[in-house]
Write a protein that binds this ligand. Structure first.
Ligand code: FMN
Length: 328
């Protein structure tokens, strides 16, 4: 199951995706605990780092429990991206520096000309990646999309530039920028990239369980799969996929008790990391994600979507699961 990103051994083929507002130290720790071989931290802005923006610097926080961990940066200017990568190389204990060339959100891809908009300029990608590789000691990886839009699916061309520039792995989210998150990920794009380069390729898009992970690995030949949305409110997915890939076994879904305890544990980890106020804001999303598929949870979901107090959160979650157990 293991593979290498330059000199870093990754124990298995299951990665946690970088997700802004989600893949912070608290969630990465959970993902590692439940079996992710490598966790990607949410993107940080190159300029935010260089301007020593407090919020951006806080995003670099990590612990040894998460290792191996990849820290992602985004930007569009050669100089600021290189300087930000050097900053991370020196100041972060992460193992890998990942460059975002796939973010589709207008603030990043259009206003800042960063993220997926770089897919339109393969030579610029080469320049950015090769300068960063020259200046840092940690392995450099790049996360791309299939292309900018359906008329310019150029992941293979971009991947070749990335490899030539000295990167140590590539993640392909097999959708174009204009697709956003709609439609299905195109496994043929991942397969074509895998055939075109020698460095490890991580496939991404629509892996939701063991069988979809296995299918991506087998169909495309990619070295690992990356899981994003299916991990929201579901850090157990990594153990589920790992078991399936190991011997085809289907392990039990988490019990309601496990979900209850995880919600509270995750919330308390966020409080420790970011303070009660921000933890409450973030739990407004995570809370309902944890409840997906649980019948009669709509009133708790509603309560959690405007939670602003730690005691209230714990009380509401405990009350729901207590009455749920009594009535079922
Ligand atoms: C809430 C959210 C935040 C995301 N933030 C980032 C990010 O910071 N950097 C990045 O490269 N991709 C980001 N993505 C994209 C994911 O890493 C991944 O490529 C995408 O969700 C497709 O994988 P999936 O089908 O497993 O969800 C984000 C996705 C979501 C849903």
């Amino acid at each position: 199951m293991a593979f290498k990103i330059k000199d870093i051994t990754i124990e298995n083929k299951i990665m946690l995706a970088p997700m802004a507002g989600v893949s912070n130290s608290a969630f990465r720790t959970l993902a590692r605990k439940y079996g992710a071989g490598l966790v990607f931290a949410e993107m940080v802005s190159d300029k935010g780092l260089l301007h020593k923006n407090e919020k951006t610097l806080n995003l670099l926080y990590m612990t040894d429990y998460e290792k191996p961990m990849a820290q992602q940066i985004f930007g569009s200017d050669l100089k600021t991206m290189v300087d930000a990568a050097v900053y991370i190389d020196i100041h972060s204990n992460c193992d890998v520096i990942d460059i975002n060339m796939g973010c589709p959100v207008p603030k990043v891809a259009i206003k800042a000309q960063a993220g997926a908009s770089l897919m339109k300029y393969p030579e610029r990608i080469y320049e950015i990646v090769s300068e960063i590789v020259k200046k840092v000691s940690k392995p450099v990886t790049v996360k791309i999309r299939s292309g900018w839009d359906h008329q310019s699916v150029n992941a293979v061309e971009v991947a070749k530039q990335i490899e030539k520039a000295g990167a140590s792995a590539i993640t392909v989210h097999a959708r174009t920028r204009s697709q956003g998150y709609s439609g299905k990920a195109d496994l043929d794009v991942i397969k074509a990239v895998k055939q075109a380069v020698k460095i490890p390729v991580i496939g991404n898009g629509d892996v939701v369980d063991g069988p979809s992970a296995k299918q991506m690995l087998e169909y495309t030949g990619c070295d690992a799969v990356m899981i994003g949305r299916a991990a929201l409110g579901n850090p157990w997915i990594f153990r589920e996929v790992e078991a399936y890939l190991n011997d085809g076994s289907i392990i039990d879904k988490p019990t309601h008790k496990e979900i209850e305890e995880m919600m509270i544990y995750h919330f308390e980890s966020l409080v420790e990391l970011k303070g009660e106020h921000v933890a409450c804001l973030e739990m407004r999303s995570h809370g309902p994600w944890y409840l997906k598929g649980i019948p009669h949870a709509s009133s708790l979901r509603k309560q959690l979507s405007h939670i602003n107090d730690k005691g209230q959160f714990i009380e509401q979650v405990r009350t729901f699961f207590r009455s749920y157990t009594e009535n079922n």
